[in-house]
Design a protein. Structure first.
Length: 244
């Protein structure tokens, strides 16, 4: 049996093929797993659980069916879908996790997180993140009428696109010291995260031990899944989304 990790699908109504690929992945692959961890940015944007949206309903229904077939699904918020709340968690029967957590997978301790907090070379983003993760700011934002939230969201998405163009690729990747500090803070040697869209398994010698950091790939033309089996064999796999 295996435990599966995915992230950065950035599901949106403009990308129906990715949604179809995700639903097929749930029915064909996740259905046989011990658990599925979704490490953030499942959706491209999220302005509140109260937004009527057929994509959200469709995804919630599929995740709920996975749960009913005995596969628990855990979710860590990404920098896009950080407003996913209790209501969607209830509809999808996903368990919302804190932004970083050490889990036990077949006896191994693994730190899981979205990965945006590792990008410490982008102080501007981290300042923005601190602001919008503030519960009071979230309460105020969620109390705005939907049309206003949509307006703000579209503006911020445009700004993000523009500002990401000017950021160096170093700035957009994790900072090695931040990675080491996180591992030491949690006293673990394994880490799985997404966010950077740079799929790889990195070996890192830390305090004389070989530490591993698995980075999940974003879902575009291919899907990406990190798998751990009961013998602690690990695999980072990318697979075509289109049914040929
Ligand atoms: O990797 C990097 C850089 C990575 C790129 C980071 N950029 C990035 O994530 N952008 C972004 C994320 C989400 C959306 S959104 O459309 O889903 N949506 C916008 C409005 N949201 C809001 C919430 C609250 Cl509480 C408060 C407000 C407030 F106060 F602004 F009005 C707004 C809710 C969420 C739009 C853009 N660096 O290393
Ligand atoms: Mn992200």
């Amino acid at each position: 049996m295996t435990t599966l990790f995915i992230a950065d699908l950035h599901l949106s109504e403009n990308e129906p093929a990715i949604t179809a690929g995700f639903l097929a992945f749930l029915q064909r692959e996740a259905i046989h797993a011990d658990a599925l961890y979704i490490l953030g940015d499942l959706f491209e944007f999220w302005i509140g659980d109260d937004e009527p949206n057929t994509l959200h309903t469709q995804v919630a229904q599929a995740l709920s069916e996975l749960h009913d077939k005995g596969v628990p699904c855990y979710f860590i918020h990404g920098n896009r879908d950080f407003l996913i709340g209790k209501r969607f968690a209830k509809q999808s029967k996903m368990t919302l996790l804190p932004e970083e957590l050490v889990i036990d997978v077949y006896g191994e301790k693994i730190l899981i997180l979205h990965g945006d907090t590792l990008c410490t070379d982008d102080p501007g983003y981290l300042r923005f993140r601190k602001y919008i993760r503030n519960p009071l700011i979230q309460k105020i934002f969620l109390s705005l009428p939907l049309f206003l939230r949509l307006k703000i969201a579209n503006k911020l998405r445009r700004q993000s696109k523009l500002s990401n163009r000017t950021k160096s690729s170093v700035m957009m990747d994790v900072n090695q010291l931040a990675v080491i500090k996180k591992l030491q803070d949690h006293n673990v040697i394994y880490m799985v995260h997404g966010h950077t869209h740079r799929p790889a398994i990195h070996d890192l010698t830390m305090d004389g031990q070989v530490s591993k950091r698995a980075v999940l790939g974003a879902w575009h033309d291919t899907g990406s899944v990190f798998k751990i089996d009961a013998d602690n064999n690990i695999e980072l796999i990318s697979f075509p989304l289109q049914e040929d």
